[in-house]
Design a protein around this ligand. Structure first.
Ligand SMILES: NC(=O)c1ccc[n+]([C@@H]2O[C@H](COP(=O)([O-])OP(=O)(O)OC[C@H]3O[C@@H](n4cnc5c(N)ncnc54)[C@H](O)[C@@H]3O)[C@@H](O)[C@H]2O)c1
Ligand SMILES: O=c1ccn([C@@H]2O[C@H](COP(=O)(O)OP(=O)(O)O[C@H]3O[C@H](CO)[C@@H](O)[C@H](O)[C@H]3O)[C@@H](O)[C@H]2O)c(=O)[nH]1
Length: 445
């Protein structure tokens, strides 16, 4: 099949590359010339495990092409995916300007029956808006389908190639058949393609993300309670997660959820609820708790240094919002760094993939280090913000040698408290009792 993908970011590039891998001819379109030039010269623009191999193979086979020209990109395409940004507008609702602009541009360019697919995360009713905008200029028949994407960054290729399910919102039998053919290679192991109306498909995406964000936030609140009641959130997690009705996944307490999706999508669903005068109370609580959770270690860092961080240097391990990605959008690390700088501390940071992106927005306000041990050299404390595997079993001898104080503030619960006790660290983590406390108890805002 010949398909086009408009928007070549995290979702567009993965979608385009994976559909090329299943034999389709894919042209990816983006307005960012620098990005397209780089992709055209065979250089990948994001870090996503496993994507580079598929990317190179499909470019070589000429099944994957890139252009900045929409007309050229959609030429001959039977299906056009829109993988465009839907960032929060001023009031937090999803801003549809990128999607609607492309819908306007597409109308006059369609020269035969085409399926236009909303792959972006969009509020209920967007498919209708896109249809109206295209129809205003189109002279041929077309269908607009909602096909939200559920991939996670860091495991995007695996999620895309073996999805738990594919959700397709359409009432057109013709579009349904084509979409079924396109997805057939990805659901061969029996995972379902679930067909529904467009509005339900659009809402399914927000419901899934908001539910997962709520699940994490619920555990973060249990963690906060554990600290105050003398319990251990890891034990509680194991205890509840083995109930198959609850499930083991997405129960890890930490310094809150980040990324380009959960924060914006929970907010957008709350605004969609406001629009129909529905007071979705849980969502407001989730956003509130997550906001506080992100920097919950900061008061404890301050308390350790008797309230004064001026002149102290804090090492940060982990900048990306989660491991195996270079994406730093809404990364909790950034909020912590801002608070540390505001309190007069200096910051040294290390991340396996995220440093370049942070350098772009923070410049020389913090120092980036070549490796995790240079990062802690001469620092007064270590804070862990992302659970990259490389931080899980560090050489504690080097840590003791290089850190000026044996103190770790761990936002991702990487170490066993027992081990930290033996090693003589002051170890502050989430939802567990502080080890060798100089910080006496959990501090809650
Ligand atoms: N990132 C994820 O993990 C993920 C997962 C599922 C769904 N989503 C949703 O998918 C959508 C895209 O997210 P993303 O993370 O890929 O965004 P992104 O910002 O990484 O990529 C969007 C791309 O669209 C391009 N673009 C903007 N206007 C354009 C135009 N007129 N023509 C062509 N290209 C244009 C931008 O230059 C950019 O490269 C969002 O709605 C997001 O919520 C994201
Ligand atoms: O037990 C957990 C699991 C995750 N997180 C945090 O939650 C955030 C999101 O993680 P994850 O969901 O793994 O990454 P995303 O790439 O943001 O993926 C989410 O957002 C995408 C964009 O909509 C969806 O497609 C995915 O299904 C959905 O999982 C990160 O900050 C994680 O650190 C936790 O704190 N505890």
């Amino acid at each position: 099949m010949r398909i086009a993908v408009v928007g070549t970011g995290y979702v567009g590039l993965v979608t385009g590359t994976c559909f090329a891998e299943t034999g389709n001819h894919v042209t990816c379109v983006d307005i960012d010339e620098r990005k397209v030039n780089k992709l055209r010269s065979g250089k990948i623009t994001i870090y996503e495990p496993g994507l580079d191999v598929l990317f190179e193979r499909n470019i070589k086979q000429k099944r994957l092409e890139f252009t900045t020209d929409l007309a050229e990109g959609i030429k001959g395409a039977e299906i056009i995916f829109l993988a465009l940004p839907t960032p929060p507008g001023e009031d937090g609702s999803a801003d549809l300007k990128y999607i609607l602009k492309v819908a306007d541009d597409l109308g006059p360019l369609l020269d035969k029956y085409t399926i236009i697919v909303d792959k972006s995360t969009v509020p209920v009713g967007t498919a209708e808006k896109v249809r109206d905008r295209i129809a205003a200029n189109a002279t041929v028949e077309f269908d607009v389908v909602s096909n939200p994407e559920f991939l996670r960054e860091g495991v995007a290729v695996e999620d895309f190639m073996k999805p738990d399910r594919v959700v397709i919102g359409t009432e057109s039998a013709k579009a349904r058949k084509k979409m079924e053919q396109l997805y057939a290679p990805l659901v061969r192991q029996g995972n379902p393609v679930i067909f529904m109306d467009e509005r339900s498909a659009e809402l399914t995406k927000y419901a899934a993300n908001s539910f997962l964000a709520t699940k994490i936030t619920f555990m973060n609140e249990i963690a906060n309670l554990c600290e105050l009641l003398g319990a251990d959130v890891d034990a509680v997690r194991r205890g509840v997660g083995t109930d198959s009705r609850i499930g083991k996944r997405f129960l890890f307490a930490g310094i809150g959820y980040g990324g380009s999706c959960f924060p914006k999508d929970v907010q957008a669903l709350a605004r969609s609820s406001d629009d129909v005068n529905y007071d979705f109370k849980i969502l407001d609580a989730v956003m509130d708790v997550n906001q506080q959770q992100k920097t919950k270690l900061i008061p404890q860092v301050k308390e350790y240094f008797d309230g004064d961080l001026a002149g102290k240097t804090i090492a940060i391990w982990g900048l990306s919002f989660k491991p195996y990605t270079d994406d730093i959008r809404e990364a909790p690390a950034l909020y912590n760094i801002e608070e540390l700088l505001a309190a007069g501390a200096k910051v040294k940071a290390y991340d396996p993939e995220g440093m370049e992106n942070v350098r772009e927005i923070m410049g020389d306000r913090i120092s980036m280090c070549e490796n995790m041990y240079d990062c802690i050299d001469g620092c007064d404390a270590l804070m862990i913000m992302t659970e990259w595997p490389v931080f899980r079993t560090p050489e504690f001898d080097q840590l003791s040698e290089k850190l000026s104080n044996k103190v770790i503030f761990d936002g991702r619960n990487l170490y066993e408290p027992e081990q930290m006790k033996e090693l003589g660290y002051t170890y502050v983590s989430i939802g567990r009792q502080t080890v060798n406390p100089k910080v006496k108890k959990a501090v809650h805002a």
